[in-house]
Design a binder for this molecule. Structure first.
Ligand code: CA2
Length: 144
C-alpha cells in the first residue's frame, strides 16, 4: 500500500505503563489500544510507534526517523525535563517534531515546567490526554 505520509510516534520512559497505573493523571487506555484506533481513523497515513525507557535508544530512533519519516510525534516523558541528548537530537534533524504531553505539565511540579526539547520542536501540545497525539497528527496534515 502506498502511504503519502509516514509519521513516527516516539514515547519515552514509563509510558509503556499507560492505562495500568496513575489513571487519574494519564487516563485508563493503553497506548497500544489508542495507537490501533488512531491508525484506523487515519488509514492513509502510515503510523509507526516506538517506546523506550532508555535515553540512547530514543536518540537513535529520532535520528533514524529523520531518514525515513515525514514527521515525529515525540513525548520524551521524564527526559523532557533532563535530557540535553534528546534536545540535541531534535535540534540536529530537519524532520519536524511535535512534542506532546498527556498531562498539563504546568499544573504539576515546577521541575516539569521546563522542557529542553520545546525550543526546537515545531510545536508543543500539552494537557489534552491521549487526544494530544491526534492533534499533533492533524498538525502534520494541514499543509497536505
Ligand atoms: O504528561 C506527559 O505526557 C509526561 O510527559 C509524562 C511523563 C512525565 O514525567 C512528564 O513530566 C509529563 C511520565 C510518564 C509516566 O507515565 C506513566 C503512566 C502510567 C503509570 C505510570 C507512569
Amino acid at each position: 500500500m502506498f502511504y503519502p505520509m509516514k509519521i513516527n510516534i516516539i514515547n519515552g520512559p514509563n509510558l509503556n505503563l499507560l492505562g495500568r497505573r496513575e489513571n487519574d493523571i494519564y487516563g485508563n487506555q493503553s497506548f497500544i489500544d489508542f495507537f490501533e484506533a488512531l491508525q484506523k481513523k487515519f488509514p492513509k497515513i502510515q503510523l509507526l510507534y516506538f517506546q523506550s525507557n532508555i535515553e540512547g535508544e530514543l536518540i537513535d530512533k529520532i535520528q533514524e526517523s529523520a531518514q525515513n519519516c515525514d514527521g515525529i510525534i515525540l513525548n520524551p516523558a521524564a527526559y523532557t525535563h533532563t535530557s540535553v541528548g534528546i534536545a540535541d537530537a531534535v535540534r540536529g534533524i530537519k524532520t519536524p517534531v511535535v512534542e506532546v504531553h498527556i498531562s498539563n505539565t504546568f499544573s504539576r511540579e515546577e521541575f516539569r515546567h521546563q522542557s529542553f526539547v520545546s525550543p526546537n520542536a515545531k510545536g508543543v501540545i500539552i494537557g489534552f490526554g491521549l487526544q494530544g497525539y491526534e492533534l499533533a497528527l492533524l498538525s502534520f496534515l494541514e499543509k497536505h
